[in-house]
Ligand binder design. Structure first.
Ligand SMILES: [Fe+2]
Length: 142
C-alpha cells in the first residue's frame, strides 16, 4: 500500500469513527452492548466493568418492566456530598433520550426511578451515573 492510499484509508476510518458511532451502534446492539468497543471505557456494564471491576455489583443498574414502563434500581449508597448516584437516564433502542431522574443525595435515600413508556421501542437502555465511578448501562427488552 502506498503512502497516499494509507492516508486516505486512515482519514476515512477516522471520519467514520467520529461521525457515525451512533449510527453503528443504534438499534443493533441490544443485549450485545457489553461487547461494544466502548463498553468498559466510555461506559461500563456488569459484563464489561473495565477499571471498576470490583464496583459492578453496586453500580450496574437493575431494570425491570412495570405496568407503566420501566423501573431502574441501583443498589448503591446515597452518602450526601460524598458518594452517590447522580441520576438515572432511560434511552430507547436508538439511544434517544426518553427521560431522566436526578437524585438529591440529601433527600433520596435510595437510587430508584420509575419511568413511563408510551412509545414503541424494542429495548431500553438504563444508565446509572455515580459521582465517583462513572456511567453504567443495562439493557432491558420491553
Ligand atoms: Fe460509586
Amino acid at each position: 500500500m502506498d503512502r497516499r492510499s494509507f492516508i486516505r484509508i486512515g482519514m476515512a476510518g477516522a471520519a467514520t469513527g467520529i461521525i457515525a458511532p451512533e449510527i453503528v451502534l443504534a438499534g443493533s446492539q441490544g443485549k450485545n452492548i457489553s461487547s461494544s468497543d466502548m463498553a468498559g471505557g466510555l461506559f461500563y456494564t456488569k459484563e464489561s466493568p473495565g477499571r471498576w471491576a470490583k464496583k459492578a455489583g453496586s453500580h450496574s443498574p437493575i431494570l425491570e418492566k412495570t405496568d407503566a414502563g420501566v423501573r431502574i434500581v441501583t443498589g448503591h449508597p446515597m452518602k450526601s456530598n460524598d458518594h452517590w448516584i447522580i441520576k438515572h437516564v432511560l434511552l430507547d433502542s436508538d439511544f434517544k433520550f426518553i427521560a431522566e431522574n436526578i437524585f438529591d443525595p440529601n433527600k433520596d435515600k435510595a437510587a430508584i426511578s420509575n419511568f413511563a413508556l408510551s412509545g414503541q421501542t424494542s429495548v431500553v437502555y438504563g444508565l446509572s451515573v455515580c459521582n465517583l465511578h462513572d456511567t453504567w448501562l443495562t439493557v432491558l427488552e420491553v
